[in-house]
Design a protein around this ligand. Structure first.
Ligand SMILES: [Zn+2]
Length: 395
């Protein structure tokens, strides 16, 4: 297995800090393991997965959770987030500027900018299905990726990368593509999950390590270190907790703008090791371990009682539970998910059924809800079908 260099300082001197491999659907085309590591030279935290660029791109083409309508990251109808991006970007852009949203998904931010009068805006997306959805709605989207930007040299004023950099395997290569496409003095806007706030934006056990495609865990210091190495100057930085569509939860957002510069003398390089990120990650791991122990205890109770269990929500939270607890040893009657793609897959040779199946759950059953974002709708449905057993939520 090829070891991954630290994407910030290129060192090969790293230490595995979370060796757990998260469970997933059976026969998934692109198995990704989560191996969270610490660079012993610069202190950056990144995943040293046994993958490469091609495998990772295959994951997005074949096994992309983001295609699911209500998943984190798809954007959906998230207008308040777009308004915030526009407000942040406003001092640096004009309505005629060439603006490109890279990894645009269904291109809803592109549509938003065009509606605001930014007429030279388009998106780039790797997933053909998403491209077709966007193009079908008349939104200009080109097929491509951060390593294959379909633009001429020095042709773009602003490149937008929201929720992309945490996924990139070869950051050095991709940032050089960015440099090539940007006009002199062009800007890049980057938003990533802020690893300093994983603890304060807790969603579920090890949630922020549970997306195997999130392979870089940034904070402001390391994102700047990386960009400075490629001759970008920091223009501004904002840290906030950005609300999801479900207002009970938010994600830890780090937004930064950098400007392309020609000379190193324009930037102050602070290439020092910084222990702040590692300290935050240590606290995060220790908090999550505590939660995992609580959940192991509750699940053990279900196993011992042999009570019938319906598990509803086959996503990140579920896979975290089956990795860290004995959930699959319970007397599981059915796994349930409303997503039709998931209903064609299996977990531990168990089929996944539509929520209709819950009508078979009697008073002697437990329905375990394993989708924190959809708990309210799930409870509503169980009420509608007059479920009178026990509802269990772990959070
Ligand atoms: Zn490093």
């Amino acid at each position: 297995m090829k070891k991954r260099n630290c994407p910030i300082c290129q060192s090969l001197n790293s230490k595995l800090i979370m060796p757990v491999v998260l469970k997933n659907f059976d026969n998934i085309k692109t198995p990704l393991s989560t191996r969270v590591s610490e660079c012993l030279d610069c202190g950056f935290i990144f995943n040293d997965n046994e993958i490469d660029v091609e495998l990772l791109n295959g994951f997005y083409t074949n096994d992309n959770y983001y295609f699911v309508e209500n998943s984190f990251g798809t954007g959906g109808k998230d207008v308040s987030r777009y308004e915030m991006y526009e407000k942040i970007l406003d001092p640096y852009i004009n309505k005629q500027d060439v603006i490109v949203d890279v990894g645009c998904g269904k291109a809803q931010f592109v549509k938003y900018l065009i509606d605001q009068g930014y007429s030279n805006t388009c998106g780039v997306e790797l997933d053909k299905r998403m491209c077709q959805i966007a193009i079908g709605q008349g939104i200009p989207v080109e097929e491509g990726s951060s390593s294959k930007l379909p633009f001429g040299s020095m042709s773009v004023d602003l490149l937008v990368y929201t929720h992309v950099f945490e996924h990139l395997w070869d950051l050095d290569y991709d940032i050089e593509q960015v440099r090539g496409c940007l006009k002199d003095d062009g800007f890049i806007f980057i938003e990533v999950p802020n690893a300093m706030n994983y603890s304060s934006a807790r969603v579920f056990d090890y949630f922020w390590f549970s997306m195997p495609e999130h392979i870089n865990h940034f904070n402001e210091h390391y994102l700047e270190m990386l960009m400075v190495r490629h001759k970008f100057k920091k223009i501004m930085s904002i840290e906030t907790i950005m609300p999801y569509n479900n207002p009970l939860y938010g994600y830890p957002s780090l937004m930064m703008i950098f400007r392309k510069v020609e000379s190193d003398s324009e930037i102050i390089i602070e290439n020092k090791c910084n222990s702040k990120l590692k300290n935050c990650i240590d606290i995060y791991i220790s908090n999550e371990n505590e939660k995992v122990s609580e959940h192991q205890f509750i699940i053990k109770g279900l196993v011992d009682s042999k009570i019938k269990v319906f598990v509803w929500g086959i996503g990140i939270e579920f896979f975290s539970l089956i990795t860290f607890t004995e959930l699959l040893s319970c007397n599981i009657v059915a796994l349930i998910d409303k997503n039709l793609d998931k209903q064609n897959m299996t977990v531990g040779d168990r089929n996944i059924f539509s929520p209709e199946r819950l009508k078979q759950a009697g008073a002697d059953s437990v329905v375990l809800l394993t989708s924190v974002f959809n708990e309210e709708q799930m409870r509503k449905y169980l009420k509608e079908i007059s479920f009178n057993g026990r509802i269990l939520v772990l959070n």
